[in-house]
Every structure is written in C-alpha cells, then in structure tokens.
Design a binder for this molecule. Structure first.
Ligand SMILES: [Zn+2]
Length: 278
C-alpha cells in the first residue's frame, strides 16, 4: 500500500517536472525566437539607413527618363502645392504649420480641404459592400510623441539600447514632427472585419479596393512595400495620403512614392526654369 502510494507521489512529481520542463522550453524558445527576429529587424533597418539623395541618383533608369519625357507636359502640379507637402524623416512639418480641421466620421478630423474626397471614397467603397473604417487621422504633436515613446519603450523591453530602440521605433511610428498625421493630410483606414495593423491588412477586400481605387479620389498608398528604402517607413497597407487626383494618378501609373514623385517634379521645374532663363 505504502509502495503504491509512493509510486503515485513519484508519478505526480514526474508529471509536474515534465510540465514545468515543457513550460520552460516554450518560454526559452519564445525568447530565442523574439531575439532572432529582433536581430534580423535591427540588421534590416540599419541596412536601409541609406542616403535618400544618393538613392535617387542610382535608381533612375533610361526607361524612366523616356517616360519622364513623354509625360512631361501632363503634369500641372508643382512641388509647392499644399497637397504635395513632403513630411518624412528628413522633412519636418513646417514650423507654425496652420491647418483648418474638419470632422469626417467617428470623431476623426482631417484637413478641411480633403474631407469631401475622403468621405466620397469611403462612401463609394461602402456602396461596393465593403466596410472601411478610419482608425487614425489628424494627430497633434503631443499624441505623436506619446505613440512614439510607447514604441521605443516596447523595443527597450526587448533589450535594445536607447539608440537601437529609437531607430527601430521610427520605422513603425514616425518621429514627432516628421509624421504625416500631424498635417491632417493622411488617414489610416482598415477593414471593420480585420483591424490589426499588420501586413495581412492588404489581403482584406477593403485594402484591395483602396489600393486599386484610392487614386481616383486623390489618395496615394504612402508606404508601399518596395519603397521602404526611400520612405524609411515599413510597409503600411492602411496609410493613405491625400496628394490630389492628378498627382495620385501619375504616382500610381508610374509606381512612384511621394519622395520619388516630388524629386521628379523638381527636375521638371529645373528644366522649365532653365528653358525660360536660357
Ligand atoms: Zn498612418
């Protein structure tokens, strides 16, 4: 009897040790996986920290030059236009930037000048049976700072130094003063059925529709996956930026992100200027 009881206790101890061992193994594997993922992310982000100006010089091809020449007269927008305001890591929101806000839906506010286009785009998407919702719109600088600090803290918790954490965070949340949400010209739109901000977002019917149609309303997918080296922001298939219909159409047709398009317009302006002066 005592032996049976002893065996029972041994079995229980053995089972408990097995469970603890399994939990520990899962915990260690999770830590190792997170560490490896983080290391990869750090390496990737450091590799992409290239000089944007240098990149423009190296990516221009003969084919692009021919297209530029062909479309030269189609462009009637200029880099000083309000809807082409460039805000990124190298171009901060201009000091004293004034904007008039208008509420669109669910308490979200945007620059008054883009409100109608945005509402029309959402309304047309809904007519197609889709359920787009705005999840982020105009943000104050203080709000941007808060979001950025949270992201930096998250990376620090995973053992990154302050410098690494700030670098990595900036690929997900714009450094305060360098985010388009502060201009009121950008919105994050997701599907009501899938509201997680990750790459799967692009597989939703809402994103598929927006990627195909947003240009008709003057919006451009601001951070395409293959432009990360230029935009310095990770792929965000939910962030749309108003640039005007002509600009958005040209950018879509020529697969240009805003940085590339503005650089292209600057070259045109320079050529026009030279033509006038010479
Ligand atoms: Zn956004």
């Amino acid at each position: 009897m005592r032996e049976i009881k002893g065996n029972g206790i041994r079995n229980i101890i053995h089972t408990n040790i097995c469970i603890i061992f399994m939990i520990l193994s899962i915990f260690i594997l999770t830590i190792v996986y997170k560490y490896v993922t983080l290391k990869k992310e750090i390496q990737a982000s450091l590799q992409t920290s290239v000089n944007v100006e240098e990149l423009y010089n190296t990516t221009k091809t003969e084919e692009a030059e021919v297209i530029e020449e062909e479309n030269k007269r189609d462009i009637d927008s200029y880099t000083s236009d309000w809807d082409l305001l460039l805000v990124n890591k190298k171009h901060e929101v201009p000091e004293g930037y004034i904007l008039e806000l208008e509420e669109v839906e669910s308490g979200h506010q945007v620059d008054k000048r883009i409100a109608k286009s945005l509402e029309q785009m959402l309304s047309d998407a809904r007519k197609e049976g889709l359920s787009p919702i705005i999840c982020s719109s105009y943000r104050t600088n203080a709000k941007q700072q808060k979001l950025y600090n949270n992201k930096v803290r998250e990376y620090k918790r995973w053992g990154c130094s302050s410098e690494e954490a700030e670098e990595l965070a900036s690929y997900w949340v714009a450094i305060p003063g360098t985010g388009e949400h502060e201009t009121g010209l950008a919105v994050d739109i997701v599907s009501r059925d899938y509201q997680i901000l990750d790459e799967k977002q692009e597989q939703t019917d809402v994103q598929k529709w927006l990627i195909d149609n947003s240009y008709k309303y003057g919006f451009a997918l601001r951070y395409p996956t293959d432009k990360k080296d230029i935009t310095m922001i990770n792929y965000e298939p939910w962030h749309y930026r108003y640039v005007g219909i002509d600009n958005a159409t040209y950018m879509k047709e020529h697969d240009m992100c805003l940085e590339e398009y503005i650089e292209y317009l600057k070259q045109l302006e320079e050529e026009d200027y030279n033509e006038i002066v010479l």
